[in-house]
Design a protein around this ligand. Structure first.
Ligand code: 5GP
Ligand code: ZN
Length: 114
């Protein structure tokens, strides 16, 4: 979807600091980081939200989750801990409708979130 912000980043039409990419997954720094590490891990394929997933996406979602842990390991924050979040729709504050897994870490965090 050419009007989608994250599709534009994936296609190289919009700048972002890419920290990982492969055939299915791209990860880049959040423009407004909420912690020392704040990476968005996204599928190359446009999927608007978790509400739009099908059985065929199980492998892809697994790749997003495992990649977030691998990035945390590479940053040295895996043992200390990190948070992974998918925001879905209005009540969760989703603002970009291309699935993205927030990887947030490098500082202590509170629970429940705001
Ligand atoms: P959401 O609220 O939809 O879960 O998260 C969207 C995230 O995308 C926010 O954390 C926001 O800072 C980030 N974001 C919005 N626009 C851009 C952009 O143009 N570039 C990058 N790298 N991140 C963005
Ligand atoms: Zn998209």
């Amino acid at each position: 979807m050419s009007q989608c912000l994250f599709c534009q980043i994936i296609n190289g039409e919009l700048n972002a600091t890419i920290v990982y990419q492969d055939e299915h997954v791209v990860a880049f720094n959040d423009i407004n980081p909420q912690a020392p590490t704040h990476v968005l891990v996204v599928p190359r394929r446009h999927i608007a939200s978790l509400n739009d997933l099908t059985d065929e996406d199980d492998q892809l979602i697994g790749e997003l989750v495992r990649r977030s842990a691998a990035i945390a390991t590479s940053r040295g924050i895996a043992n200390g801990g990190f948070r992974t979040v998918f925001n879905t729709n209005r009540d969760a504050g989703q603002t970009v409708f291309h699935i993205h897994l927030h990887l947030i870490g490098g500082r202590g965090m509170h629970w429940p979130p705001g």
